[in-house]
Design a protein. Sequence first.
Length: 123
Amino acid sequence: MMSTNRPFTAVRPAALVTVLLLCLPPHALAAEGDPVLQDPTRPNWYGLKAKARKAASELQLSSIIISANRRLAVINGDLMREGERRNGVLLKEVLKDRVLVVSADKGLRALRLPVPQPVKESS
């Protein structure tokens, strides 16, 4: 008759193999030449260094935040304060409808918030 108080070190071989397989990275189990699956929700810039990511896309203003003691803008997903320099871009001034930025390649320019497009109702 088997004792119900087995020591912890007595592990079933199948359980040990299962645990080891779960610990392997997914690409370790793929055969050479298999297509690599990409996460469809991962942004295109994922894995790029910050400078390469900025160079890969045009500057895009997505939000402006103005309060009594701070002026912020979200440019290419980065929250920046007025006067802050990041990735070769200086956020010179934050206004209520646009921001002024300075970069070495394009100089001083204004970025505006995107204009929302009206939703067409189906009939």
